[in-house]
Design a protein around this ligand. Structure first.
Ligand SMILES: [Zn+2]
Length: 97
């Protein structure tokens, strides 16, 4: 009974305190790293989603080569017709500005 109590006290007094102190610092470091990693991950995912949305928005977007009018075309026509001047346009990718 008394021996068990003494070993427990020795454990808490000698070895546990430094372990707690070290693990606290390690925990703080890990927490900070995890927090930074999470922020970075959220940023990457958000940027990726934004790019994908932009690309999808620009997918059907065309600019007339004659009058520079921008319009949406959801048909499968090879040469979509400009709604303003009626000229046929080639389908090429809109560049991001
Ligand atoms: Zn046009």
């Amino acid at each position: 009974m008394g021996q068990r109590h003494r070993t427990a006290a020795a454990n808490t007094g000698r070895s546990r305190n430094p372990v707690i102190r070290v693990s606290l610092a390690a925990l703080a470091t890990i927490y900070l790293l995890l927090f930074l990693a999470a922020v970075f991950l959220f940023w990457i995912v958000g940027e990726w989603n934004r790019r994908r949305r932009e690309r999808r928005a620009l997918q059907h977007r065309l600019r007339c080569v004659i009058c520079a009018f921008e319009f949406e075309d959801h048909t499968d026509a090879l040469l979509p017709r400009c709604p303003r001047c009626g000229s046929l346009n080639e389908r090429f990718k809109m560049e991001q500005i």
